[in-house]
Design a protein around this ligand. Structure first.
Ligand code: FPP
Length: 241
């Protein structure tokens, strides 16, 4: 809460880089996949919490375009975890009014994974409380390239004037076109990088880097980050009176 009597605004959109699963597992002598499994449980808790406290959009970086280069066994385990999540959680997402949305190059997913993801998105489409936006096979540079290609095709076909391309139009051609920009971006796991996450959308986002490994990330820390966000002055490049 801020110092005035006004109720501070809840961030509309929180985006999270869920880093540190591998190190969490290795610390206790387990294989990396165990860390991802524990990370999936943190996903359950943080999704429910964000919906409860009135966040409109939660974007989770579940699998980056670069993650395809990890050992095949780890990639398979991450895909299995995603499928388990969809199977286990779709009913609960519907009950909680959470709409599932996915961004990224979904055409790279195995057809059965893609189908299950699309089905879960359809089944939860009426959810009004929160959008859970999963970034899967996602890279910010890929997303911008895809948008630029679409715009170029429109220019080539005569549907669009080159000079009409501006911030708003490019934004409207991104995977996140229907979503507001993130207010807060959190990266757990102690690294200070953006790692190709929402490169365009993070332009004026407040950034938080936490040393906590994702499986250990819990309610108290998220609430602390939100409290800190509510005390920050966001100027969006302007001077405030
Ligand atoms: C980064 O940790 C995390 C990932 C690449 C995968 C994130 C996946 C999950 C949290 C579980 C599945 C997700 C859903 C939505 C069910 P890392 O492996 O890079 O950790 P490290 O830096 O310690 O090695």
């Amino acid at each position: 809460m801020n110092e005035s009597n006004e109720k501070a605004a809840m961030p509309r959109h929180i985006a999270i880089i869920m880093d540190g699963n591998g190190r969490w597992a290795e610390k206790s002598g387990k294989i990396r996949v165990k860390g991802h499994e524990a990370g999936a449980q943190t996903v359950d808790r943080i999704v429910s919490l964000c919906a409860e406290i009135g966040v409109e959009v939660l974007t989770l970086y579940a699998f980056s375009s670069e993650n395809w280069q990890r050992p095949a066994l780890e990639v398979a385990a991450l895909m299995r975890l995603l499928r388990h999540y969809l199977k286990r959680e779709t009913k609960r997402l519907i009950e909680q009014g959470i709409r599932l949305h996915a961004i990224g190059r979904l055409d790279r997913l195995e057809p059965k994974v893609r189908k299950e993801l699309e089905e879960a998105c359809q089944k939860t489409a009426a959810g009004k409380k929160m959008t859970l936006n999963l970034a899967i096979s996602y890279g910010g540079r890929d997303e911008i390239c895809d948008a630029v290609q679409t715009l170029c095709r429109k220019v080539q076909s005569g549907e669009l004037e080159c000079d009409a391309i501006d911030d708003e139009l490019l934004t409207a051609h991104l995977d996140t076109a229907t979503l507001p920009d993130p207010d807060i971006m959190i990266r757990t796991g102690g690294e200070y990088r953006i790692s190709n996450f929402l490169l365009w959308q993070l332009a004026y986002t407040e950034l938080y880097f936490s040393d906590t490994l994702w499986p250990d990330f819990a309610k108290a820390e998220l609430m602390q980050i939100i409290d800190n966000f509510q005390r920050r002055e966001r100027r969006f490049g302007r001077v405030l009176n």
